[in-house]
Design a protein around this ligand. Structure first.
Ligand SMILES: NC(=O)c1ccc[n+]([C@@H]2O[C@H](COP(=O)([O-])OP(=O)(O)OC[C@H]3O[C@@H](n4cnc5c(N)ncnc54)[C@H](O)[C@@H]3O)[C@@H](O)[C@H]2O)c1
Length: 291
């Protein structure tokens, strides 16, 4: 089946973690042949099981049919070879760790593998799109496609253009993202863009407030949810996003700008170091192991 954006038929997602899984799910549900690249077979198996689980829950809720599950899963092609996954993709969405050296390596590889027309998108929360474009011979086709967590649920996608991203790339990417049923906002390449810059600063402040014993983690979550209408409190959100992901995002903005307020709170750094990264490791600010 052909995706609604016309020009884009095949999608490749690199990285099958929290975000990769959600992106793969919506691309496959929207009719795109979607290849997904992970480093290990085990990650592919776990990722597919997680996507299937989410789709089955949608069936139980009456949002999709059993047939839709089979159809979506049949469009997902898994591989541990980036070459196999990306060689005939019209757009690649990279969703690997928020680490500039890891991402640069992936972009260099993708540039060598993909046909000239392929758009190289990154789901990065903070890393400069210009920096990723600079390791390729096609900086005009490198763009930020910033899905929010969880991608199937959150309606907005930030489209991030560097000074070198072409109008054509922006147009094709917006068309593609809208065909996934998402709304887009186009922003300039800048540390943290709009959403991460605001969000990580608030989450950092929440941790600093807890560190100062002004209120407990539970009470901060309670008062923010009830006062601001957030669906979850800052610590629940930290655990959902990943404590390490937020700490890395803060660090990336801090290192690029020198703005002290983006220096990650000590507790967050220590938790990331010992593996208390949130839901994905079973423990973060809350404990999920017995749940
Ligand atoms: N978690 C969030 O809430 C959120 C929201 C928006 C954007 N992002 C961004 O999305 C990206 C991914 O974040 P995540 O939360 O999914 O992280 P994650 O740690 O859950 O997943 C990253 C995955 O990438 C894999 N990986 C690493 N190097 C790889 C490589 N060379 N090839 C293939 N796979 C590789 C890892 O094994 C891991 O499974 C980051 O850039 C992050 O900033 C995250």
């Amino acid at each position: 089946m052909r995706g609604a954006a016309g020009e884009i038929r095949k999608v490749c997602v690199v990285g099958f973690g929290v975000m990769g899984r959600g992106i793969v799910q919506i691309c496959a549900q929207s009719g795109y042949e979607t290849s997904v690249v992970a480093r290990r077979e085990e990650s592919l198996r776990e990722g597919i099981a997680a996507v299937e689980d989410v789709l089955r829950k949608l069936v139980k809720k009456g949002r999709i049919d059993e047939d839709d599950v089979g159809a979506a899963l049949s469009r997902i092609h898994t591989t541990t070879s980036i070459e196999e996954g990306a060689k005939d993709a019209d757009i690649v969405i990279e969703a690997v760790y928020e680490d500039i050296s890891v991402k640069k390596e992936v972009f260099e590889e993708l540039d060598n593998i993909c046909p000239p027309h392929t758009i190289l998108g990154s789901n990065t929360s903070t890393i400069s799109i210009a920096m990723l474009g600079a390791v390729t011979k096609r900086p005009d086709k490198v763009i930020g496609v910033h899905f929010m967590n969880p991608p199937p649920v959150i309606p907005a996608v930030e489209i991030v253009r560097s000074l070198k991203t072409s109008e054509e790339t922006v147009r094709r990417t917006i068309e593609f993202v809208r065909s996934l049923g998402k709304e887009t906002v186009t922003v300039k390449d800048s540390p943290g863009f709009v959403t991460s810059r605001m969000m990580v600063l608030m989450l950092n402040e929440a941790v600093k407030i807890a560190e100062s014993n002004i209120a407990s983690v539970e009470d901060i979550d309670k008062v923010i949810k009830l006062s601001f209408g957030w669906p979850m409190g800052p610590f629940q959100l930290l655990d959902l996003i990943g404590v390490d992901v937020v700490a890395n995002a803060l660090n990336a903005i801090y290192e690029e700008t020198g703005w002290e307020r983006f220096k990650p709170a000590v507790t967050m750094v220590q938790m990331a170091r010992v593996g208390w990264k949130g839901r994905k490791t079973g423990k973060g600010f809350y404990d999920y192991r017995s749940a």
